[in-house]
Design a binder for this molecule. Structure first.
Ligand code: FES
Ligand SMILES: [Fe+2]
Length: 402
């Protein structure tokens, strides 16, 4: 490898190089044979029950049987560099949170709720503070969550311990993101085990070498599973995105792979063969990887940016989507190109959201009972099997909910 190549790979062009490189040749080979082979084992067809997308009782069952048991995404933390830096995190239906950089190594997560009488403590979305002061009666708390002072202190003959600190939320850091740990986690659901099968690939993305460009939130009027299903199949791209994404792609050539409960779609872009031949260190700019971090995070490695989309279920027919767009620190000199890459994808994303909202409406009034998935949609059947393994570990609730 020449010095120049080594230098370039230190920047955004090195992201996931070890994953993309072997597939580049495979895709070029397939394309030259005009083959759109999908690299999955034959799995047959799969059907899912429509009531799982529209029934509030099933949604409540998922709350208890799924979300309360597994690690849950909180937020990326690239922006929290100095002690006292903080962000606030709000997802409808989940307790409001403050993420605070408490020492050089660690961010802590607190409920953004005053222990005195329940007011919201911090109203800014980000900043740097040594103390959070509650706007209601001015109690103040350190960036480590401890009560500093209660105004008119002599009016309280005592302040029991549970009122002397912000309620902390159990969280751990992985891939430069914070994850909420369940109160009573099963060993399988420890963060180490949860991500074991995909750890190497997430690490190869190098989130710690990325900076947050922007984030976008959109409430989608659809069940969270319809959204995730959309992003883990490539089958719709040539149809739904025929004017937006399809012209930059290599037909419907792609590869589906799973890593324990997580999934991945790799797709070659149009100029892959040319780039592979002329500037092989740049193949990362001509391939796209889309990951499912089971069950509700989609990570996209796009040519000039990486995004993390979090789909937070609000009700049976409502999901809060939040997309964080990152660029590699090594790509800072081409930031404008990266910004265009983000905007380009945002338009296609809106096509997805509109189509899915239409699907949700139809499912709610249709007389159909189930939906059908083929082998190009095999990651979806795996998603459902993996969900069922957690929701119905003994198959006992089969009759009630399936
Ligand atoms: S509710 Fe915060 S100081 Fe009273
Ligand atoms: Fe799409």
């Amino acid at each position: 490898m020449s010095d120049t190549t080594t230098r370039l790979l230190d920047g955004g062009e090195g992201v996931l190089n070890n994953v993309f490189s072997p597939y580049a040749d495979y895709f070029i080979d397939m394309n030259s044979q005009r083959n759109s082979f999908i690299a999955t084992q034959p799995v047959g067809i799969y059907e899912s029950q429509i009531k799982h997308y529209i029934c509030q009782e099933y949604f409540n069952h998922e709350q208890k049987g799924l979300w309360e048991k597994i690690p849950q995404f909180i937020a990326p933390i690239q922006g929290l560099e100095n002690i006292g830096d903080f962000i606030t995190v709000d997802y409808q239906g989940r307790v409001p949170m403050i993420v605070s950089k408490v020492d050089n190594e660690r961010c802590a997560v607190f409920e953004n709720v005053c222990p005195h009488r329940g007011a919201r403590i911090e109203s800014h979305t980000e900043g740097c503070k040594k103390a959070f002061v509650c706007p209601y009666h001015s109690w103040s708390f350190s960036h480590q969550g401890h009560l500093i002072a209660a105004r008119w202190r002599e009016a309280f003959p005592e302040i029991p311990e549970q009122y002397c600190s912000l309620h902390s939320i159990r969280a751990q850091q992985r891939f430069s993101m914070l994850w909420q740990i369940p109160n009573d986690p099963k060993p399988d659901f420890s963060l180490d085990n949860w991500f074991a099968a995909i750890e190497d690939q997430m690490s190869a993305i190098g989130f710690e070498q990325h900076q947050l460009l922007n984030s976008r939130e959109r409430m989608v009027q659809a069940n969270w599973k319809l959204l995730i299903e959309n992003f883990i199949e490539y089958y719709h791209v040539q149809s739904l995105h025929q004017k937006s994404l399809a012209p930059t792609l290599n037909g419907q050539l792609h590869s589906l792979d799973s890593f324990a409960q997580h999934g991945r779609i790799l797709t070659p872009l149009k100029n892959l063969a040319k780039v592979r031949q002329q500037t092989p260190h740049k193949i990362r700019r001509e391939m796209v990887a889309t990951y499912l971090l089971f069950p509700n995070i989609i990570i996209g490695v796009q040519p000039y940016h990486v995004f993390v989309s979090f789909y937070h279920p609000v009700s049976a027919n409502q999901t809060c989507s939040k997309t964080f767009n990152f660029i590699h620190n090594g790509d800072e000199k081409i930031k404008e190109v990266c910004q265009l890459d983000v905007e380009y994808l945002a338009e296609a994303l809106e096509e997805d959201y509109e189509a899915i909202e239409q699907v949700q409406k139809n499912l709610e009034i249709s007389s159909a009972q189930s939906l059908l998935y083929g082998e190009a949609e095999s990651l979806i059947s795996q998603l459902h099997h993996n969900l069922a393994a957690i929701l119905h570990p003994n198959g006992r609730e089969k009759n009630r909910h399936e």
